[in-house]
Design a protein around this ligand. Structure first.
Ligand code: SAM
Length: 314
């Protein structure tokens, strides 16, 4: 798939590949394959579609400068194979349960160096899709987030690094050998100098104690009417428990609440959201619920099918 090619290849069904000509693709997405990229009005974007393929290639096919927010939750360099839990909720698609999961082993793929090269190529392709005020979120954990920070500084520029968000999920077992690992890190980069931040949309209610203090005429720093505070960079949201209703069985599935908070704070009401390692489709579900236009992709056919099923159901 090249930017100038007239044939789009999109795998539409789980386990099947369908080549589409440009007329068919245009009907599906509103995007003309032979139209110069980057000049498409945003209304004609490929909104509401989950594409199957490598995110670098899919990104190369989408309209430039069309996304207000990209959330990327790639493999974390765990050097493990992540498998579904066999209790996949997928309506008619239960037969796909064994295919749910992804390979995050890099030993035969040049290890960390290979991983970082893989990530860099994909982030560079994805960056070109951001609007001038767009925001890029990279979700990782302790395995490689520090290398990825240096990588992203090189791609976006150090001055475009805006936040290191901590998702503190609290749950899971405790370690006896070291401090228990209870957080992931989300790096926030702005594409341009400025980016929209609507802290009010996810303002945190002040504690009863703080509100009590506010009543005190001497020494009160906040007004009694000021019941909420701007969010800080630690997002305290429990990880999905095994019985959670929204749990699909896809490994590493993130809670919708996490994505809802990020989307509310970082996109305008009519905004556009992309997730290029969408897995079970959490970001897409959150974007849809919030009335944002969205596009998703994943390299795993079963993930694509699951994500499509989820957004349809939501
Ligand atoms: C950490 S999981 C994402 C989980 C997702 N956020 C959710 O809530 O379900 C990483 C995903 O990246 C996908 N992936 C791996 N390599 C990819 C590639 N080259 N292009 C697109 N997706 C890829 C995997 O198939 C997997 O679904």
């Amino acid at each position: 798939m090249g930017n100038s090619g007239k044939i789009w290849t999109v795998r539409l069904k789980w386990g099947m590949t369908e080549g589409m000509n440009s007329a068919e693709m245009q009907k599906l997405t509103g995007v003309k394959a032979d139209e110069p990229k980057g000049v498409l009005p945003v209304e004609q974007g490929p909104w509401g579609h989950v594409f199957l393929g490598d995110c670098r290639e899919i990104a190369g096919e989408l309209p430039l400068k069309s996304l207000d927010l990209v959330y990327l939750d790639p493999p974390f360099f765990t050097n493990r194979e992540h498998k579904g839990n066999g209790k996949v909720k997928m309506g008619k698609l239960r037969e796909a349960r064994n295919a749910l999961g992804f390979d995050d082993r890099w030993v035969v793929r040049e290890g960390k160096v290979g991983y970082l090269r893989w990530l860099e190529e994909r982030i560079r392709a994805i960056r070109s899709l951001l609007t001038p005020t767009g925001v890029f979120l990279l979700h990782l954990d302790w395995h490689v987030v520090h290398y990825a920070k240096v990588l992203c500084d090189g791609i976006f520029g150090e001055e475009r690094f805006q936040n290191e968000l901590i998702w503190y999920y609290q749950t899971g077992g405790a370690s006896k050998d070291r401090f228990s690992r209870k957080h992931d890190t989300i790096l926030l980069y702005s594409n341009g100098e400025t980016f929209p931040f609507n802290g009010k949309a996810i303002a945190i209610p002040r504690t009863a104690k703080a509100m009590e203090r506010a009543k005190c005429p001497t020494g009160a720093r906040i007004k009694a009417t000021n019941t909420h505070k701007n969010p800080d960079d630690v997002l305290v949201i429990p990880a999905l428990n095994p019985m959670a209703n929204e749990r699909t069985g896809y490994p590493t599935q993130k809670p919708v609440e996490l994505l809802e908070r990020l989307i509310k704070a970082l996109t305008p009401e009519q905004g556009t959201v992309g997730d290029f390692c969408c897995g079970s489709g959490t970001t897409l579900v959150a974007a849809q619920r919030l009335g944002r236009r969205w596009v998703g992709c994943d390299v795993n056919p079963a993930a694509v099918e699951l994500a499509r099923w989820r957004v349809k159901k939501s």
